[in-house]
Write a protein that binds this ligand. Structure first.
Ligand code: HEC
Length: 104
């Protein structure tokens, strides 16, 4: 069996690693899309306290679209949400609502 060319092997490894790592420009695009498409009906906090898998984020987007959200950059938005608010992230700090603060 021929010995694999080391240069080819090296390039392949680089491409593989680059492909697996989250693309920062796609994440930025998704973040911008969130600010454009997701704040019409509620704030960002209800989104950012979630800890969901990619599949559940995908369903969440469909749920919002069915309620009238207009998403133009779905792939970027999903990438941003699935990497930033995934199940392996520590729980988000919960802030009291106005009513909650009033009870103190
Ligand atoms: C047309 C109005 C509307 C838009 C636009 C909208 N949402 Fe929502 N969203 C809602 C309502 C209403 C609720 C809370 C009601 C409920 O789920 O009981 C909600 C709740 C949520 C929740 C909490 C979990 C849940 O399902 O209740 C998440 C997460 C969420 N939205 C994400 C998003 C994202 C991401 C976007 C941007 C694509 C978005 N929303 C845009 C109406 C909207």
């Amino acid at each position: 069996m021929p010995v694999p060319n080391m240069r080819v092997l090296f390039c392949f490894t680089i491409l593989l690693v680059a492909g697996l790592a989250a693309d920062p420009s796609l994440i930025e695009k998704g973040k911008a899309e969130e600010r454009r498409a997701c704040v019409g009906c509620h704030g960002l906090q209800i989104i950012h306290v979630q800890r969901l898998s990619r599949a559940v984020w995908d369903r969440e987007l469909t749920k919002m679209v069915n309620w009238g959200a207009q998403i133009r950059e779905r792939e970027a938005l999903l990438e941003y949400l699935a990497t930033s608010f995934s199940e392996d992230k520590p729980p988000a700090e919960l802030r009291l609502s106005a009513e909650g603060t009033a009870r103190k």
